[in-house]
Design a binder for this molecule. Structure first.
Ligand code: FAD
Ligand code: NAP
Ligand code: SF4
Length: 670
């Protein structure tokens, strides 16, 4: 057994969990409509089959006031129980266990009925909450208890009381949001009455044989929040009130410190849970950026926690636990913490999925079934689109040849993986290397395909990607003007002062590549917490310290023609981290720029009607991409059955999510 601690059982008294893996709560968007519960049941059933010890649903509101958004999932009436029973039956049929998370959004509710301890709007919602009266606080406790009882009727193995991330309970705990002077505020003791009463009364209502997980905010990462002694006092009181397990919560949603994006170090907050070890005797779960069994085992072995929570890694690979248990962690499709198809979707009110696994939350709709007629199919291009397509086709039973002109698979992921903070992209390439082998794809590398050599195949899939867009202005043919491929693929030297033309995803990534010191702080928790201003001693309220960014490796200007703030179109839940990173490194970000010429003085630009010279040694062009379609056009002319996917199909707004999704969906139908 490679991971003995991860796969040791956990005795909770009335029940025993088979291993130390919790699939943490993750909103999927399927919780909100009764009609989607069959899909949700299949989603959980696949993960139960994959061997996870315990799962927690996305947040379910205990009242309409507690909704996350209008008409969000709630469990408040006896007639809501039936839909939840679908989930528990499906999970129990696979031998799994499922808890339901009770989440009262408080002032994070995205609707006009939201409530809070005090009438203080959050910086991330447009609605000002109504302050709860003392009687309404009592009623809210009753709502939690009723919700837990209904969950028990629905067959859940337990509930998780959501007390972190800045939601209602957390709002009661912090003076920044709780300015009451009645029995529920005014002192730390009064501020913590709400969660303690909720847990105590829930335990009284559900009896002993029911799991109560309490998600405790151990590091608020906002000003005027809890201090460590209050957190320890609360943890002890929560244990005494009857919780079975304490789960770790890190950071409010409005915090200025990132907590789960890919540039956060792996297991980067396990040290927080460790500080609580020994203070309580019930098991402690740690969380955030744990995505591989080696990381989880190390955390358990070093005594930082008793169990690990992972949500997104089980979206990416439902078979994660079984693969780890069988000693095949190299075959895990590792979550790269990009948020692109999970959290970004949820924040856009769309159903969650996974960039790497488009079947996630679409299990009943995207089916990968064996073929009746085996075809001979060539896939040209081993970037994300071609890899997903080739391996899915082969899994279904087709004879597949994957051809790439490079000496390695991966396409543009080979450049993405070089960006500091994007080290996880290596894992995707490792996963696909094994998957090609396991599905029996014939791989031909170092071979530029042309139409003539492909006519013997029944069908050809063209996944030849993109070519970087070239732009022209006086001096643009100077050798000091580089493309992003010169920098990331060819290691051309870059001077100490650089202008980047184009501030899309690649412009931002190249800027980070040029300013960050190597190796990147993502690989070192202490350096990373110093950079972002996290107090590892936990001496300050909220655990915040002054941020101390390391000196930039270069002076960089990041430019775009459009007016407005560069980076406004970056992804919803991660764009702010990229903007903050570059700001901390002193990168000058300019919009509304016209490129006039380049010469020995530097790059001449016009901004706000003013001519300016940026005294740079190099310019790096990151001005978007064009589809690489020449092979597709030749094949179509030659009458070969041709399918075009990924960047070769449409380069505008292309990302790996679209590339993999398109490749997988095409492969499911051929
Ligand atoms: P590509 O990845 O471009 O692959 C095309 C392949 O086809 C290449 O391997 C090429 O060698 C091969 N090929 C071309 N012509 C031929 C031929 N005639 N014969 C044989 N082989 C051929 N996306 C995200 O979603 N998230 C990110 O965080 C992200 N970060 C990025 C960071 C950087 C620095 C870069 C450059 C890109 C990033 N992307 C990101 C974009 C993402 O990598 C692309 O959207 C994705 O790779 C496109 O996949 P594809 O398969 O269509 O094409
Ligand atoms: P992009 O996001 O479309 O950005 C292209 C940039 O080039 C824009 O800033 C654009 O701004 C500028 N530009 C376009 N045409 C130009 C021209 N003719 N002259 C000068 N400037 C021009 O493309 P990208 O940065 O190349 O990224 C490619 C894809 O990879 C993107 O779709 C992105 O989603 C994906 N990606 C994603 C991530 C991620 O973290 N999710 C990271 C990297 C890449 P102006 O037109 O205003 O000048
Ligand atoms: Fe992980 Fe990205 Fe998939 Fe979300 S979309 S589960 S972050 S790989």
């Amino acid at each position: 057994m490679d991971f003995p601690r991860l796969f040791s059982p956990l005795d909770l008294g009335h029940t025993t969990l088979p291993n130390r893996i919790l699939m943490g709560s993750m909103h999927t968007g399927l919780e909100d409509k009764a009609a989607d519960f069959d899909k949700l049941a299949r989603y959980f059933a696949e993960r139960a089959r994959g061997g996870v010890g315990l799962m927690v649903t996305g947040g379910i509101a205990p009242s309409i006031e507690g909704w996350l958004k209008p008409f969000g999932g709630r469990l408040t009436m006896p007639w809501h129980v039936g839909r939840h029973r679908k989930l528990t039956r499906a999970v129990h049929a696979e031998g799994g266990k499922l808890c339901m998370q009770i989440l009262h959004a408080g002032r994070y509710g995205y609707h006009p009925l939201s409530v809070a301890p005090s009438k203080i709007r959050s910086p991330i919602t447009p609605f000002t909450p109504r302050a709860l009266s003392s009687r309404a606080v009592e009623r809210t406790i009753g709502d939690f208890v009723r919700c837990a009882k209904l969950a028990q009727d629905a067959g859940y193995d337990g509930v998780e009381v959501m007390g972190s991330e800045g939601y209602l309970i957390n709002q009661f705990l912090a003076a920044r949001t709780n300015q009451r002077n009645d029995a529920w505020g005014g002192s730390a003791e009064k501020r913590m009455r709400l969660p303690i009463d909720i847990v105590r009364r829930t335990r009284q209502a559900v009896g002993r044989d029911f799991i109560i997980i309490y998600r405790l905010s151990m590091l608020d990462l906002v000003d005027n929040a809890q201090d460590w002694s209050e957190i320890v006092t609360l943890a002890k009181a929560i244990e005494a009130a009857g919780a079975s397990i304490i789960n770790t919560g890190i950071g409010w949603h409005e915090a200025r410190v990132p907590t789960i994006v890919t540039s956060v170090p792996r297991g980067g907050f396990a040290w927080v849970t460790k500080k609580l070890k020994g203070e309580v005797s019930i098991p402690l779960i740690t969380t955030n950026r744990i995505n591989m069994p080696e990381v989880a085992e190390q955390i358990l072995a070093s005594g930082e926690a008793d169990m690990v929570s992972m949500a997104r890694p089980l979206l990416a690979d439902p078979e994660w636990p079984n693969k780890a248990k069988a000693g095949h962690s190299e075959r895990i499709n590792t979550c790269i913490a990009c948020n692109q198809a999970c959290l970004d979707h949820v924040f856009q009110n769309r159903r969650a999925s996974c960039l790497l696994n488009p079947r996630a939350c679409h299990e009943t709709e995207l089916r990968i079934e064996p073929v009746s007629t085996r075809k001979n199919i060539a896939v040209v291009g081993a970037g994300p689109a071609g890899l997903a397509c080739a391996t899915t086709l082969a899994e279904r039973g087709h004879a597949v040849t994957l051809i790439d002109q490079s000496s390695d698979i991966g396409g543009q992921f080979n450049y993405a993986k070089r960006i500091p903070g994007k080290e996880e992209f290596h894992e995707t390439l490792r996963y696909f290397r094994h998957r090609l082998e396991d599905t029996g794809v014939t791989v031909k590398l170092g071979h530029a395909a042309d139409a003539k050599t492909l006519t013997q195949h029944d069908e050809v899939v063209v996944a030849t990607g993109i070519t970087p867009r070239r732009i022209h202005f006086p001096g643009s043919d100077d050798p000091r003007i580089l493309s992003y491929l010169d920098v990331l693929a060819r290691d051309r030297p870059v001077g100490p002062r650089v202008a980047i033309i184009g501030a899309g995803g690649i412009g931002f990534d190249v800027a980070e590549f040029l300013v960050e010191q190597q190796p990147s702080p993502t690989l070192d928790v202490t350096r990373w917490t110093r950079e972002w201003g996290v107090d590892m001693q936990l001496d300050t309220r909220g655990g915040l310290a002054p941020a101390k960014p390391e000196a930039p490796a270069r002076q960089v200007w990041l430019l775009q023609r459009s007016e407005g703030r560069p980076g406004a179109r970056l992804n919803k839940t991660t764009g702010w981290v990229h903007r903050a990173t570059l700001k901390a490194k002193g990168v000058a970000m300019l919009g509304g720029v016209a490129y006039e010429r380049f010469d020995d003085e530097g790059l001449h630009i016009t901004v706000d009607g003013q001519l300016k010279v940026l005294p740079v040694d190099n310019v790096v062009i990151c001005a978007g991409q064009e589809p690489n379609r020449s092979l597709a056009d030749e094949l179509i002319q030659a009458g070969v059955r041709t399918h075009v996917i990924g960047g070769a199909d449409v380069a505008a707004e292309l990302d790996a999510k679209r590339a993999i999704d398109q490749g997988t969906r095409l492969a499911a139908t051929l």
